[in-house]
Design a binder for this molecule. Structure first.
Ligand SMILES: Cc1cc2nc3c(=O)[nH]c(=O)nc-3n(C[C@H](O)[C@H](O)[C@H](O)COP(=O)(O)OP(=O)(O)OC[C@H]3O[C@@H](n4cnc5c(N)ncnc54)[C@H](O)[C@@H]3O)c2cc1C
Length: 425
């Protein structure tokens, strides 16, 4: 299997029905797409969300990356609010989170730092301080997201792949989708690419950079006893997870997965999935044997998709780079701290969500226009939600003002975002 096939078929020119015409179509229901869709709908746009799987959250739920890192600047100040804070509040009502209260943020007290490190909420080189980061249960992220989507009036089409944008004179006029009903198309004033891999901007002819990465496959072990002792034993790499006797095992990466893959290559990802699942079974067996208290433990949940830190990154109107650390921008629409560093912030300009060519496309989440170094910070779930919220709000503004997303009033966008709890300074 592969691209170099010598045999081809020619498809007849199908007539594909346009099954929806909306203000805003969000492609991909990960953390970024969720925020984009909810923000667009709450700001008055008729909104459709297209998701290939059966649930929202993407890596933040199905990928079992169940840690919001980080919502602060590493100096005790919150950097991400808005919809990300809202989902934390909603999960808290369901008793499904663990995180430090505000009076502990930035505290260097070693015992406190070690407590949160064992929950996976402190990373990088020291000297450490307590971060505002959040551990949560993935099913409650999905329940909270379902409520937010329903209450906002977003139409969601699950089990549907977005395939091909139909571009005419720099505008995406329709997007071809594929599901059990066959091939269909949707029309929208603005499309938001929140696919993580940038499927839509790539198919629409935008330029991008592509990174090959070592895959991950996180999993949850349950039934462990004496977890504190187990965590102190140094016999495995895992964290506490909300609920009794649950350990989150962040399996994969350079130390475990043998080779880098291109996450947009279906053959490479399929092989990696099979290989990683086999190695996860071996690691679970090893943990049962080696870690005190893990004797009766078992894999209770495994990521249903590979953990991919990076694939396509848009080369947009502005490429946010490592030198932009702590820089300010007139068109800032989101900001983020750095999960492994203290006292540093990336302000994310609106131009990093804008492609260079297409005039009715916005990009949100881990595939926005940043370089490899800035991506280390901007790919995290809180900034993905913040760029999603900015993109959705911008698309709704464009629809109500009858202008292209390239021509919206950015000051009005910033005001809308702030009014709804986003943090821009
Ligand atoms: C191993 C690993 C560890 C990480 N650790 C952390 C951490 O501790 N804390 C943290 O905050 N962040 C962490 N991250 C980063 C973070 O999890 C992701 O970058 C973030 O969740 C990406 O969100 P997203 O919405 O941009 O993309 P995704 O979550 O990938 O969502 C994309 C969505 O689009 C859908 N989709 C894709 N293509 C199509 C298509 N063509 N048609 C229809 N639907 C489509 C997918 O099904 C998915 O639901 C980690 C990432 C990895 C891989």
């Amino acid at each position: 299997m592969g691209e170099d096939a010598t045999r081809h078929v020619t498809l007849s020119s199908d007539r594909v029905p346009v099954v929806a015409e909306v203000d805003v179509a969000v492609i991909g229901g990960g953390s970024a797409g969720l925020a984009a869709a909810v923000a667009a709908a709450r700001n008055g746009a008729e909104t459709l969300l297209i998701e290939r799987f059966s649930y929202v959250g993407g890596l933040a739920t199905g990928g079992l990356i169940v840690l919001l890192l980080t919502m602060d600047d590493g100096n005790g100040n919150q950097t991400v609010g808005g919809l990300c804070q809202e989902i934390v509040d909603r999960m808290e009502q369901r008793d499904a989170v663990h995180y430090p209260p505000k009076n502990e943020w930035n505290d260097p007290e070693p015992k406190l730092v070690e407590h949160y490190r064992r929950w996976g909420l402190v990373w990088g080189g020291g000297p450490h301080r307590v971060r505002y980061s959040v551990a949560y249960q993935p099913q409650h992220f999905i329940f909270a997201a379902d409520d937010m989507l329903r209450d906002a009036g977003v139409n969601v089409l699950y089990q549907t792949w977005a395939c091909e944008p139909i571009v005419n004179d720099g505008t995406i006029e329709e997007l071809v989708i594929q599901n059990k009903a066959g091939r269909q198309a949707i029309a929208a004033k603005t499309f938001i690419d929140a696919t993580g891999d940038g499927d839509i901007f790539a198919a629409g002819g935008e330029e991008y950079e592509l990174e090959r990465v070592h895959p991950w496959l996180w999993f949850l072990m349950s039934g462990a006893t004496g977890l504190e002792k187990a965590l102190g034993s140094g016999k495995g790499f895992f964290f506490r997870a909300p609920g009794e006797g649950h350990a989150l095992v962040p399996w994969g990466g350079e130390a475990r997965a043998p080779r880098k893959i291109d996450a947009t290559d279906p053959v490479e990802t399929s092989e990696a999935l099979a290989e990683c699942r086999l190695m996860v079974r071996e690691e679970a067996a090893r943990l049962k044997e080696a870690v005190p208290g893990f004797e009766s433990s078992y894999i209770s949940l495994m990521a249903d998709q590979l953990g991919i830190t990076e694939s396509r990154r848009l080369l947009g109107e502005y490429v946010l780079g490592r030198d932009d650390l702590n820089s300010s921008f007139d068109d800032v629409v989101a900001r983020t701290g750095h999960w492994t560093k203290y006292d540093c912030v990336y302000n994310i300009p609106y131009r990093s969500l804008l492609p260079r060519k297409l005039d009715n496309l916005l990009v949100a989440g881990r595939c926005i226009s940043v370089d490899h170094r800035a991506h280390h910070a901007t790919k995290e779930i809180p900034p993905c939600m913040a760029t999603g919220e900015a993109a959705g709000t911008a698309a709704a503004l464009a629809a109500s003002d009858g202008v292209s997303v390239k021509d919206i009033n950015v000051v009005a966008l910033q005001k809308r975002l702030r009014d709804r709890g986003a943090i821009l300074e």
